[in-house]
Design a protein around this ligand. Structure first.
Ligand code: NAD
Length: 351
């Protein structure tokens, strides 16, 4: 009824209170935080996730428990594989869906050299399924996760959304680039507003055990050597989870207009791509120093060569998203890393 009331006022802004939003990968790191914030804002969230064991499932279950505890009936969850369209349709037949935040994917650069088919299934077949769902439901907006990895071996820094991205150096990156292209096509053909977000190394509480921040923290605490690739001469634009969530929800609230106009150099489709990063690349060795300070212990370093699929540096130009939605990341690693470490100690019962 609230939806009808709103439509009676002719207000179709996506940020309306009381929308029902599908969040894929809701048991994942970013998905959990986005779902949490959307429900804080009064939206209902339908979460889907297959709880796969790429990293410990207990962590995914703990994230879901937190969402259920905090939001009760605003949160609905379906455990399913979104690469299986029959399963998606069976679960969502009678479910209203007004917008989609598609964050579920097989993540990780290095693992894509080990299990390529997991990426093809979740990131290609699964992505098309979410495009089909958006088409079927005529959603107001589909916001989906891409990655800074699409910039591959590009050498000119910072990375700008207008840069050519023809050289993915991992299968993960190639699938994310393909997602952008398929989204462009669907937005064009079916006039569905879409926004693709290229995230830059996200970290924070409830983060991912396969990522450097978590691995370094656990090994420093255990007194074990940490593997430091490329002699620590890599740079990453580490982006704090709260800034990412603000960017995602800010974008969700502002779907690209479908004016059908062909702007110079622009796109015909109501589809936009943005970088969301901290706009401040950090040397790996500096991250380690900040971690040592936050943990109160020195790290033992195990220097190793550059890994296949890795890139030397990432650095987000965020002028487009700053201009369009006022995005402005506010968390330096000196602030965000201690918050992660504090959460990590509590989660692992180390306090
Ligand atoms: P995550 O692995 O914690 O979350 C992804 C979730 O998707 C997982 O819970 C997983 O179980 C679920 N999933 C995977 N395949 C599925 C399928 N076929 N059906 C249903 N559920 C499935 O990762 P994250 O860090 O939260 O990443 C969210 C998104 O952001 C992903 O698309 C990822 O590629 C992208 N991204 C993340 C980062 C980062 O630094 N964390 C950087 C760039 C891009």
């Amino acid at each position: 009824s609230s939806r009808q009331d709103r439509e009676g006022f002719g207000d179709t802004r996506v940020g309306d209170i009381g929308m029902t939003i599908l969040v894929t990968g809701a048991a994942g790191f970013i998905g959990m935080h986005v779902a949490d914030r959307l429900m804080e804002q009064g939206h209902a969230v339908v979460g889907i996730d297959n709880l796969n064991d790429y990293y410990p499932v207990a962590l995914k279950r703990a994230r879901l428990d937190l969402l259920r505890e905090r939001h009760g009936r605003l949160f609905t969850f379906h455990e399913l594989d979104f690469a299986d369209m029959g399963a998606v349709q069976a679960a969502l037949t009678d479910q209203v869906i007004e917008a989609i935040v598609h964050l579920g994917a097989q993540a990780g650069v290095r693992y894509s050299l080990i299990n390529p088919h997991a990426y093809v299934r979740s990131n290609l077949a699964g992505h098309v399924n979410m495009l089909e769902l958006a088409r079927d439901r005529h959603v107001r907006h589909l916001v989906y996760a891409s990655s800074s990895s699409v910039y591959g071996g590009n050498e000119s820094l910072p990375f700008r959304v207008e840069d050519r991205v023809d050289h993915p150096v991992s299968l993960y990156a190639a699938t994310k680039r393909a997602d952008e292209l398929m989204s462009e096509t669907y937005a064009h053909l079916f006039r569905i507003p879409m926004t693709g977000l290229r995230f830059f190394t996200v970290y924070g509480p409830w983060g991912r055990p396969d990522m450097a921040m978590w691995i370094f923290t656990s090994k420093i605490l255990a007194g074990e050597p940490i593997p430091v690739f490329n002699h620590g001469r890599m740079q990453r634009d580490f982006t704090y989870i709260d800034d990412i969530v603000e960017g995602i929800i800010g974008c969700l609230d502002h779907p690209p207009a479908d004016d059908g106009a062909l702007k110079a150099g622009g796109s015909r489709a109501p589809h936009r791509l943005y970088n969301i990063g901290n706009n401040r690349p950090e040397e790996l060795m500096h991250l380690i120093a900040v971690l040592e300070e936050a943990i109160g212990r020195k790290a033992q370093l195990d220097f190793q060569p550059m890994q296949p699929g890795d890139v030397h540096a990432t650095y987000a130009d965020i002028s487009a998203i700053a201009r369009d939605i006022g995005f402005s990341p506010s968390t330096a690693i000196e602030i965000g890393v201690p918050r992660f470490v504090q959460w990590y100690r509590r989660y692992n019962d180390l306090d």
